[in-house]
Design a protein around this ligand. Sequence first.
Ligand code: GZL
Length: 336
Amino acid sequence: MKKWTKVVAAVVAGTMLLALAGCGGAKDSKPAAEKKADKKIVIGFSQVGAESEWRTANTESIKAAAKEAGIELKFSDGQQKQENQVKAIRSFIQQKVDVIAFSPVVETGWDTVLQEAKDAHIPVILTDRAIKLGKGNPEDYYVTFLGSDFIVEGQNAAKWLLEFTKKTDPVNIVELQGTVGSAPAIDRKKGFEEVMKDHPNYKIIKSQTGDFTRAKGKEVMESFLKSAKAEGQKIDVLYAHNDDMAIGAIQAIEEAGLKPGKDIIIVSVDGVKGAFEAMIAGKLNCTVECSPLLGPQLMDAVKNILAGKTLEKRILTKEGVFPADVAAKELPNRKY
Ligand code: GZL
């Protein structure tokens, strides 16, 4: 009997040892990729700020898409200051996130922090706005850039205006520019002027930044109206680089006793709901779409990068032009 007990004890002990080794082994035998697959993806996102309806919709799209994709999102609001965005990107590097994405408030000044991200081997995705580096090719510092073509948006605004007004006598245009030094402000101006150069009777007589906000757009439009009156100039058209500045300007035009959309033709960019409501009220004549709904594309790009796939350097968003006569029909379809 004693001998049996010894044998059973040995078998039990052996089995236990095997089981322990097996379960340890099971842990060690899982392929690295699978282990990685178990680990939740973490993305650090540095946002420009909360300056416009467009930006709010962009932030909502990114947050919703991260949740949907099961990706942990570390989100930072830059309050439209580059130093805040640089600080956020540095913190993402410290936290060793899997991917860094950001919408650069201005085009330049990113060389050092992007080199730090590169040295830390953290892939970077550009969303919404482009960058320019002091030296070297920007494309060496980010995996992909997803967003709109702002030059085309400026061209579309000018083409719509020419088609809508069909003027041969002088047309005085005032321009509310976006944030100084930002890609959308630079390129929307560039695209608009490229088309207008073949129509010299259409002239930009005043141009100033309204920083993409309603408040500043109203303030600058007030100064345009005041100085034009003092100089005996008529303002025929307002070209605003975003709908928020146009909506602010509409208030200034009304307070000056003029009819926005009639006395002053207004064309702007973004295609936010507020623009459709202004068009239905007859106060805005056209908005050129610039989609903020970049969240799903961003999360797909993150997953593809971490899966080792190669991405296009540039992922373009398709956009339309919405004149006032389609606003009522289109409004129910708008997602931002
Ligand atoms: C455009 C985006 C601009 C919007 C503005 O992609 O960067 O910034 O046109 C926003 O409304 O503030």
